[in-house]
Design a binder for this molecule. Structure first.
Ligand code: KIV
Length: 286
């Protein structure tokens, strides 16, 4: 039995808040991560523009393009995950006009197979959010630290510590629920503010660096499994430390190539073997 039992939808996720059930979310940028996330029972997969930092090695997310995001979204949806798949609208894909935003959100659904989109920002984006929802595409909001605004914010800084900013975040969340967003990501805000926002709206809040009172949590997959040995923000909990495991595996591989131990008989095709070699990762591969 699959831990998710059924395909997750925006309607399911909203019901979870009403039932007092916590929501799990993680980023995935490709087929194998989407598959393992779904197999584990993750409710919502976010194809985050964090891939600009995690996969592409940039210092921030600003260079990520629509075509790159669609490419990764397609890889994720190829896994047919039971998790809800949300695609992140990259910087510049929704800032020019609501029409531009709708066109790009439609591309995510038509070309990427996304089931919803996420976009960063509060009051400045209300018209855009409304236009995308009017095009029948569910929207996940994103308040607090919005990494696409780092130049305006002066860096990756916790938001909502001062009363005016905290009041703005709460008011924006309440208005975004009225506009019809199905949930809101709260990134790097004080625990008390996240608690207030979570109590102030009837849609789920999904926290990252926002404490335990949110209705759900999201983490970047590569941080969660310790894929790299790079700096990790304070809010990350590492559930595995894969980097040294991968490093050791690669070192052993190099050693075996040098010693001639790899490939051995088991990994080679004798002239008498029947059938053809199947490429790995093919569906139905045995
Ligand atoms: O891009 C991303 O992965 C995100 C999450 C960290 C919320 O926005």
């Amino acid at each position: 039995m699959h831990p998710l039992e059924t395909k997750q939808t925006v309607v399911n996720l909203k019901k979870k808040k009403k039932a007092g059930e916590k929501i799990s979310s993680v980023t995935a940028y490709d087929y194998p991560t989407a598959k393992v996330a779904s197999d584990a029972g993750i409710d919502m997969i976010l194809v985050g523009d964090s891939l600009g930092m995690v996969l592409q090695g940039y210092a921030n997310t600003l260079k990520v393009t629509m075509n790159e995001m669609i490419y990764h979204t397609r890889m994720v949806t190829s896994a047919d995950p039971l998790s809800l798949v949300v695609a992140d609208m990259p910087f510049g894909s929704f800032h020019i006009s609501p029409q531009q935003a709708v066109e790009n959100a439609v591309r995510f659904v038509k070309e990427g197979g996304a089931e919803a989109v996420k976009l960063e920002g509060g009051r400045k984006r209300f018209k855009t959010i409304e236009a995308i929802i009017n095009a029948e595409i569910p929207v996940l909001g994103h308040l607090g630290l919005t990494p696409q605004s780092i130049h305006a914010l002066g860096g990756f800084k916790t938001q909502g510590k001062r009363k005016e900013k905290a009041d703005e975040i709460l008011a924006d969340a309440i208005e975004m629920e009225k506009l019809g967003v199905f949930a809101i990501v709260l990134e790097s805000i004080p625990v008390e503010l996240a608690k207030q926002v979570t109590a102030g709206v009837s849609i789920p809040t999904i926290g990252i660096g926002a404490g335990k009172y949110c209705d759900g949590q999201v983490l970047v997959f590569h941080d969660l499994v310790g894929f790299t040995n790079l700096y990790q923000p304070k809010f990350v909990r590492q559930y595995a430390n894969l980097y040294p495991v991968i490093l050791e595996a690669l070192k052993n591989y190099i050693k075996d190539i040098h010693s001639g131990d790899f490939p051995g008989e088991k990994e080679s095709y004798p002239i008498s073997s029947k059938g053809t070699a199947s490429p790995p990762y093919r569906r139905g591969y045995r």
